[in-house]
Design a protein around this ligand. Structure first.
Ligand SMILES: CC(=O)[C@@H](O)[C@H](O)COP(=O)(O)O
Ligand SMILES: NCC(=O)COP(=O)(O)O
Length: 257
């Protein structure tokens, strides 16, 4: 079975909007694990717009105590700055079970592309080796739709880098799925997955996956070891939790007379 790692970045977005400590990211992650999630993902960004270094430390502690996977995502080339020690420094400190390298530029609103392994492969080799020496499984964010170049060439270069897995960037799939007619895109993803698997790479997938599109994706693209899901899952949790929560407030008001 494909395992689920819940990305809790959005809990920190809500928390930071008021500057306090609620909603509590460790409590939210604990609820996800209690519900059966297999791991927790965060993607701290250099501008600390949501998850911060302290959150990374607290979630590393939680996942260690629960013996589940902690997946830390980020750009290893982004320089450290005040409040952000840098992705590699965080990995050295907390030793996540999985480090997922993502080629985001600073200030990017969200991840929107994978690595071009022909261009970036050589620079990734020592970073991947270092992370593996720390005991991390290493995954590389990848454009399965061919946006970075020919699939055969991209997968061939990716396989030579030394990483364990590729994370298929599913944004383009989710986009076409929401507009209808995702079959050609799914075929491209399935083809890329076949090439990568034959090259000895395991596969993760993530970005804009949701209750709506996940089943269709997994029915066509295989084998996927892990999906990391955050934005849609937290939004869906609001819809699914609002009814119960509002009823509790009504109960309090009624009890108060
Ligand atoms: C790599 C990836 O697809 C996710 O980590 C996504 O980028 C979440 O990051 P944000 O929550 O900052 O959008
Ligand atoms: N790696 C993808 C991830 O962690 C979550 O992406 P999204 O569901 O927030 O788009």
């Amino acid at each position: 079975m494909t395992v689920l790692s819940v990305n809790v970045n959005k809990i920190a977005v809500l928390r930071n909007s008021r500057g306090g400590s609620e909603p509590d990211i460790v409590r939210a992650a604990t609820a996800c694990l209690d519900a059966g999630a297999h791991g927790i993902t965060v993607h701290p960004r250099p501008d600390a717009r949501h998850v911060r270094a302290d959150d990374v430390r607290a979630l590393a502690e939680l996942t260690r105590s629960r013996r589940v996977e902690f997946n830390l995502e980020g750009n290893p080339f982004a320089p450290p700055r005040e409040g952000y020690p840098g992705f590699l420094a965080l990995c050295e400190e907390v030793r996540p079970a999985q480090a997922t390298l993502v080629p985001d530029s600073d200030g990017q609103i969200t991840s929107d592309h994978g690595f071009d392994f022909v261009r970036d492969g050589a620079s990734l080799v020592p970073i991947v080796a270092h992370l593996k020496s720390l005991g991390c499984r290493v995954s590389l964010f990848a454009d399965a739709d061919g946006a970075s170049g020919m699939q055969e060439e991209q997968v061939g270069r990716a396989a030579a880098i030394g990483a364990d897995r590729l994370e298929l960037y599913t944004g383009p799939f989710a986009d076409t799925y929401s507009r209808g007619g995702a079959a050609p895109m799914l075929e491209r993803f399935a083809r890329y997955a076949g090439l990568a698997t034959r090259a000895g790479l395991q596969l993760n997938a993530g970005h804009d996956l949701s209750q709506d599109n996940l089943g269709a994706f997994l029915a066509t693209v295989a084998p996927i070891e892990e999906v990391s899901i955050g934005h849609a899952l937290i939004g869906e949790a609001l819809y699914e939790g609002l009814d119960r929560t509002v009823r509790r407030y009504i109960d309090i008001l009624e009890a108060a007379g």
